[in-house]
Design a protein around this ligand. Structure first.
Ligand code: AGP
Length: 661
């Protein structure tokens, strides 16, 4: 019944949760990547429809267990996605009972306490508000006029206004301000004895993105799930079935899952599951087994996922070095067509967001200096709207940990719509960006649950470095001897990072000293200018301290006016080709009374002379410095945030994957 396969770490889209799939599965993915011939001149670009998706959480259950406890515990496993309200709907004595409220899941427990749901079928939801305020009535699930149909929805119904007006004309009464509430009323409108038929008619009316789970007292022996853009996974148990946005909510009940694709509907009962398309045609899909343990989605001995993930970086880098360097061979470009692309394209354009963009900026230095390919980088949110002039000899590279960032996905679609080829560097396999690219290189970082990206960042940079070195070797810019030396130094990288992680106690003390600062300035030059940007982003997004990353050489063009003893300045200046220049910048800052926290190469006395605090990293080649210099900055941001009592894994206003525009 199950595909027996050599496990390969694969990640669920949008949730950073891995499960083991067949290498065959991965091979399908690569085979699907067809290589279109590039040719022709500059193209103007048309804008694709916006991709809008949310990070709400859904858990559905039908079986013999207490449905409320399965749902509530499942929703708790999805808490890291961020939410502002929670609710559930379940069957009791043939009736639909709904409990929902703004606030945390623990508030929902008190609402559900003492209730008995003897129907053993229901659905729960954690809401991340878009349409409608954060209040009880806007929480999900939403119901029809007769409270016989309840729906939990993740996504955005773009045409909800016209649907609502139409339904109100038919006499439907709406209670909430949400887009989602049109769904149960549509199903009610179309219901004439068959729930699946009513849902087939309903989904044809919806525009936008939706993962839905429907429970109804009209047919209390089933649950129905629908997927269009927003993820939905079927858990296949014994005498029970589940539906969820993410693996963690399913894992303690079953390890056999079927991720639904866009345009698929699943009807589940306690003992069966049936998948159909939006026309009602049956679709055969075999379950896949997740060789995944609970502790891999738990914090283990760490107080936060972010700290666990910072410390996982050496093993993530080791995993990628083992995956992409086999003996003397680099294997990133084993795909002939991808190799052709990298060897023939005259220009690379990297588009990404946030931390992934910073990795792309490091990639620019690597690809230009090592592989000698002109490389441009832009924020996806800019790239998709500024009508870039892209000729067909340009390779678009999208970098995304989640593979679901709306702007980056739109950038991929923009490139594809205009005949350009796309390589994506992604963590989450089967994610939208992975699926829609011509080629994908996976960073195998494991589930990154902390909102602040850490291990994905260093893994992304490593992939870009390996790509640059492999292209340089194939193009003859690197002799076999040099290539061998590069490989040897790379093999030392994980232990170098382990050594730098040992600075943590000292970094924590420095965090204590600066935790009350209201501003920070991060300065770097050359390949470590992106390190300054990334260090600033880490600090600001989890400690809420204003932090600015800046090119050290630009200080005298304005920002040096900021320097005063109350402004901590983090200066990243390991030994590189711009070390002396950056040292001069540091002296300019120091001579104006700046408080300097430096990242420097071991035994660098000059840097020590002008720094109030110095974190040493081992002597390494310039190309590795961004991978190592960022480690102390990740830890500094983490400890300052903890000392300030911030919610490190779920910072305010942030979601792990920004799947809305
Ligand atoms: C980084 O710490 C942030 N969480 C955020 O900037 C993130 O890097 C950005 O949203 C891009 O996400 P992606 O890599 O999943 O596309």
């Amino acid at each position: 019944m199950y595909n027996e396969f050599q496990p390969t770490l694969i990640f669920d889209f949008g949730s950073q949760i891995a499960y083991n799939f067949s290498t065959a599965g991965v091979a399908e993915l690569e085979d699907a990547a067809d290589s279109k011939s590039a040719g022709g001149n500059s193209v103007r670009v048309r804008l694709p429809p916006p991709a809008l998706k949310l990070m709400c959480g859904i858990v559905g259950y039908i079986g013999n267990k207490d449905v409320d406890s399965v749902i509530l515990v499942g929703l708790e496993k999805l808490e890291y996605r961020g939410y502002d309200s929670a609710g559930l709907a379940a069957i009791h004595n043939g009736r639909l009972v709904v409990r929902k409220k703004a606030g945390r899941i623990k508030d929902l427990y008190s609402l559900v306490n003492g209730l008995v749901f003897n129907g053993h079928v229901g659905v729960g939801h954690t809401r991340w508000a878009t349409h409608g305020r954060v209040n009880d009535i806007n929480a999900h699930p939403h119901t029809d006029c007769k409270d016989q149909i309840a729906v939990a929805h993740n996504g955005i119904i773009e045409n909800f206004k016209e649907l609502r007006e139409e339904l109100e004309r038919e006499g439907h009464k709406f209670l909430s301000e949400t887009d989602s509430e049109v769904i149960p009323h549509l199903i009610e409108e179309y219901y004439s004895g068959s729930l699946i038929d009513a849902i087939l008619k309903t989904v044809k009316r919806l525009k936008g993105s939706f993962a839905l789970v429907v429970v109804s007292s009209l047919e209390p022996d089933k649950l129905i799930g629908v997927r269009m853009e927003s993820p939905l996974i079927v858990g296949i148990g014994k005498g029970e079935m589940l539906l969820s946005s993410d693996i963690p909510a399913i894992l303690s009940h079953t390890k056999d899952v079927i991720p639904l694709e866009n345009g698929e509907i699943v009807i589940i009962t306690k003992d069966s599951h049936k998948i159909v398309d939006f026309e009602g045609n049956p679709i055969e899909k075999s379950p896949r087994r997740i060789e995944w343990t609970e502790d891999m989605i738990s914090k283990g001995d760490y107080p936060h996922f972010m700290l666990k993930e910072i410390h996982e970086q050496p093993e993530v880098l080791e995993r990628n070095l083992k995956t992409y360097i086999r003996g003397d061979e680099f294997t990133l470009l084993k795909d002939f067509n991808l190799r052709r692309l990298l060897l023939t394209k005259e220009r690379i354009f990297i588009q990404a967001s946030g931390t992934s963009l910073h990795a792309g900026l490091v990639g620019k230095y690597l690809l230009e200096k090592i592989a000698k390919i002109q490389t441009d980088v832009d924020y996806s949110s800019e790239f998709r709207y500024r009508e870039p002039v892209l000729s067909k000899d340009t390779l678009i590279i999208a970098i995304s940990q989640s593979g679901e960032t709306a702007d980056t996905l739109a950038g991929v679609r923009l490139a594809k719509e205009n005949g350009l080829e796309v390589l994506s560097i992604v963590n989450v396999k089967e994610s939208s960006i992975a699926r829609e690219s011509d080629y994908v290189i996976y960073i195998n970082a494991g589930p990154e649950i902390g909102v602040a990206s850490t291990k994905a960042y260093t893994a992304q940079i490593l992939i870009l470095l390996l790509l640059s070195l492999e292209v340089a070797s194939l193009k003859g810019y690197l002799s076999d001897e040099d290539f061998r030396k590069e490989r040897e130094e790379l093999q030392q990288l994980p232990d170098i990072i382990r050594k730098v992680l040992k600075l943590e106690p000292k970094i924590k003390k420095v965090g204590q000293k600066y935790k009350e600062a209201s501003n920070f300035l991060f300065l770097g030059r050359g390949i470590n200018f992106p390190t300054a940007l990334e260090g600033a982003l880490k600090l600001k997004e989890i400690s809420y301290i204003h932090a600015m990353g800046y090119a050290a050489g630009e200080m005298k063009h304005g920002p040096i006016a900021l320097i005063d003893p109350d402004l901590p300045v983090v200066f990243i200046n390991p030994k590189t080709s711009v070390y002396e220049k950056a040292l001069n910048n540091l002296i300019e800052v120091s001579s104006r009374g700046g408080k300097i926290i430096s990242i420097a190469t071991e035994n660098d006395k000059k840097m020590a002379e002008f720094s109030d605090t110095i974190f040493y990293i081992p002597e390494i080649s310039e190309k590795l410095t961004p991978l190592v210099s960022i480690i102390p900055l990740q830890l500094l941001a983490y400890h300052i945030a903890v000392l300030r009592g911030c919610d490190v894994d779920k910072p305010r206003n942030l979601a792990k994957s920004v799947t809305v525009e």
